[in-house]
Design a protein around this ligand. Structure first.
Ligand SMILES: [Zn+2]
Length: 153
């Protein structure tokens, strides 16, 4: 990128509104997935659970509770500590580390970028890994990118 363009993008008067426009578009674009996430989050919150807003580095709603623990331990892809659906992250009460949260927030950003196509793209990436004889979870492109985000943490 040319210096002048870079300078322009580093200008806070431009960067700040751009960040918010991108964030809001991402929230709208991923909203069908977020609705599903909220539907799953509802019983978690109602059964002695809690909900909090994560602001940084990505806006998301974090939901935890005993029902989330049950849900995640019986996940069809195997027990997990957390999962993201749109802008909703459902996590275990005990197992949520900063590293896990950073990983899930990477999935939130992927959902904001891909929107309703994201689940299909995710499955396609797993299938592509499987076809090549690789692990459908570990070698999924979206999981590789999320693990990469953990490193930057
Ligand atoms: Zn992941």
């Amino acid at each position: 990128m040319r210096t002048r363009q870079r300078k322009l993008l580093n200008n806070n008067y431009i960067r700040f509104p751009l960040f918010w426009i991108g964030t809001i578009l991402g929230i709208v674009w991923a909203s069908p997935l977020t609705v599903l996430g909220l539907l799953m989050a509802l019983p978690v919150v109602l059964i002695r659970g809690q909900m909090q807003l994560v602001r940084h580095p990505t806006i998301a709603i974090l939901v935890r509770g005993p029902f989330a623990d049950q849900l995640l331990s019986r996940h069809p892809f195997g027990a997990m500590t957390a999962m993201a659906l749109g802008h909703v992250v459902i996590a275990e009460q005990q197992g949520l580390s900063s590293r896990v949260l950073i990983h899930e927030l990477a999935h939130v950003r992927q959902a904001a970028r891909w929107g309703i196509i994201f689940p299909f793209a995710y499955i396609a990436s797993s299938a592509w890994a499987g076809i090549r004889g690789r692990d459908a979870y570990w070698h999924n492109k979206f999981e590789i990118d999320a693990r990469e985000a953990e490193k930057q943490f």
